[in-house]
Design a protein around this ligand. Structure first.
Ligand SMILES: [Zn+2]
Length: 407
């Protein structure tokens, strides 16, 4: 029935190849020893639930085939999303190896059956030591897949705002059940949605990407961290996943993701191993060190501001079958920390340091003065004036920090 995937992040500054291999090994398992090992390393484990999907048929390892038709007919069918006329909606894979399986139905989100099933799974996972529950594959609320024509489920037949109210109620129930079980409990969903800000702590999102892969659209769409600009102080986005959507430039998307205020996400699929992709490993390690120290008050706890003008060259990147794109030599973003300090995060993904000029004036109230300090992993340097020139070290994240006089 419900499929789960596991993932993990650690507060350790160093992402070792062993982590990636370990993560691959623990996929599809919720055994308590896995999250325990993570906690001992300073990290927390996340379980990804496959939304409201009820898998009817899926190939398993070793040539076996999982089926749940009998249980579906006996127990689930009355609560499944219905087509006009009342028959359950059954979806079929259109490609071999579809991660959904060969056939699946959807539990109707308005039903107590769906809510209770998902809350029970979430409770089980949190009790097993996984404090982060992620509701996956119901992208941004997935309204289109929720419209149900049953007249037996207690919701209006067909379209209506009931679909979002039902999801909000599910999240509320997950929180009420799981938050008391673990002080580190957090709730996440795939792709952000304003309607669930009050229930969520995290959301999986993709503004780190530099390609036109989904959710961007060819030929020219590029992702921008608009949701984080509006709502970062309400919930934190995490990248899904590095090095995806990189077009072969994995360190580049790490730079863009951190400056967008995202926590890192990693996957066992692809060249995520440090030996296979040393640029990704170096960028990730250096960004994590900055994220945990001088950048934390901004990139995690801060409110995103309009970025100030920057004087640095652009670069063209070839993206394979995704064409080409233009990126800045240094990614930058501006933030206000909870105590009023203002920081400009600067991420350089290249193997050489990059010089740039930054005009800080728009970030200050008219007539205000500020003490300006430039912070890198190596040192801190006072800067004079509000038009500053700095060099961002290779494959790292630096910070220009302003403390406004009188604060
Ligand atoms: Zn329904």
């Amino acid at each position: 029935m419900h499929r789960t995937r596991t993932m993990a992040w650690t507060s350790s500054a160093r992402w070792k190849s062993g982590w990636f291999k370990w993560w691959g090994a623990c996929a599809r398992s919720v055994e308590p020893q896995r999250p325990r090992a993570l906690r001992e390393a300073g990290g927390r484990g996340m379980i990804m639930l496959s939304g409201y999907r009820w898998t009817l048929e899926k190939k398993e390892g070793g040539g076996t085939v999982y089926t749940s038709d009998e249980r579906f007919d006996r127990e689930v069918k009355p609560w499944a999303v219905c087509l006009p006329g009342g028959a359950p909606l059954i979806r079929h894979a259109v490609k071999e190896g579809d991660f959904h399986g060969a056939r699946w139905a959807m539990m109707c989100r308005a039903t107590d059956y769906a809510k209770k099933t998902i809350v029970d799974v979430a409770r089980y996972c949190v009790q097993a030591g996984w404090p982060v529950i992620h509701f996956d594959q119901e992208v941004s609320g997935n309204y289109a897949a929720s419209v149900c024509y049953s007249d037996q489920h207690g919701h209006p037949v067909g379209h209506g705002k009931w679909a979002h109210e039902a999801m909000a109620d599910l999240y509320k129930r997950i929180r009420e059940t799981c938050a008391p079980l673990d002080p580190d409990f957090a709730l996440s969903m795939e792709e952000p949605n304003e309607l669930y800000l009050q229930q969520l702590n995290l959301c999986q999102e993709r503004p780190f990407g530099i390609t036109t892969e989904w959710p961007c659209r060819k030929p020219e769409t590029r992702s921008a961290p608009l949701f984080m600009y509006l709502y970062h102080d309400y919930l934190v986005g995490w990248a899904a996943f590095y090095p995806w959507k990189a077009g072969g430039h994995s360190a580049e998307v790490v730079a863009k993701g951190f400056t967008a205020g995202q926590m890192p996400g990693l996957t066992p699929i692809g060249p995520a191993d440090a030996e296979q992709d040393p640029a990704l490993a170096e960028m990730m390690e250096n960004c994590m060190k900055a994220y945990r120290t001088y950048a934390l008050d901004y990139l995690l706890f801060g409110r995103m501001l309009e970025p100030p003008p920057i004087d640095a060259p652009d670069r063209k990147l070839q993206l394979g079958n995704q064409g080409e794109t233009t990126v800045p030599a240094v990614w930058h973003s501006a933030w206000r920390a909870p105590d009023g300090r203002i920081g400009v995060a600067l991420a350089n993904s290249l193997e050489k340091e990059q010089g740039l000029k930054l005009d800080l004036t728009p970030l200050l109230p008219a007539g205000a003065s500020a003490k300006v300090v430039y912070k890198t992993l190596a040192d801190e340097t006072p800067l004079a004036g509000l038009t500053v020139e700095v060099k961002v070290p290779a494959r790292s994240l630096a910070l220009v920090e302003m403390t406004i006089a009188g604060l």
